[in-house]
Design a protein around this ligand. Structure first.
Ligand code: TYD
Length: 208
């Protein structure tokens, strides 16, 4: 019989805390006895490295960005995520398809959400997506201004935030406000994840 698998994704605007909370969640799930694989997009592959370089380059056409993010994801899913899931790991991805749906569709009027979905259609679906929500004025204040990437400015991130929120409504994603103390936010994430794992038939140590 195939191993039980679980694929969860944390999403949110720049500075919303996806990396911090992915790491904390990994530690928590490991303490409950699960094998956990934490990964990130843009990925560590050569395609991911090119995508990261382009995050500093305002001359890359948005359509090229969208296609490269999709290629990075396809490679990431086929070569890494799928394999880890089949080995019985819980996979946590810090960003996934929803980042492309939101950021790339807002980069240009030429890019529709449907097209982004099509170019990402071979990357498997997540079992759970959680949106970390925060006001960009607060999230950007956590960054140093000299290293800002091309999407990191308030008027764009306001649109990104609003689209994440409306996508969450449409797709029934969980939304957690991250303008709170880290431990409190992490606890809320853990509760949602444990509930979903139970629903999927996972047995959880020391849990009612
Ligand atoms: P981020 O996740 O903030 O990583 P870091 O803290 O290392 O800079 O940056 C990734 C940026 O890439 C972020 O602005 C969102 C953007 N992005 C997209 O536009 N589309 C995508 O599909 C993904 C995965 C990321």
């Amino acid at each position: 019989m195939a191993q039980k698998s679980f694929f969860l994704v944390l999403e949110g605007i720049d500075g919303s805390g996806t990396s911090t909370h992915s790491n904390l969640l990994k530690g928590f799930l490991e303490s409950k006895g699960f094998k956990v694989h934490l990964t990130v997009e843009p990925s560590e592959s050569d395609i991911g490295k090119l995508v990261r370089k382009y995050l500093k380059d305002r001359n890359v056409p948005p359509t090229t960005d969208a296609l490269l993010f999709a290629a990075d994801r396809d490679f990431h899913y086929q070569n890494e995520i799928k394999e880890k899931l089949s080995e019985g790991y819980i996979v946590i991805s810090d960003r996934y398809i929803e980042s492309s749906i939101v950021y790339q569709s807002l980069q240009s009027d030429e890019i529709s959400i449907d097209w982004v979905k099509i170019i990402n259609k071979f990357a498997g679906k997540a079992d759970l997506t959680i949106i970390l929500d925060i006001d960009p004025k607060i999230s950007l204040a956590r960054k140093t201004s000299e290293n800002l990437e091309k999407f990191e400015y308030i008027s764009f991130l306001d649109k990104v935030r609003n689209l994440y929120l409306s996508r969450a409504k449409e797709e029934d994603y969980f939304i957690i406000n991250t303008n709170d103390i880290i431990e409190f936010v992490q606890q809320k994430i853990q509760e949602i994840v444990l509930d979903k794992l139970k629903e999927k038939g996972f047995i959880i140590k020391n849990h009612k």
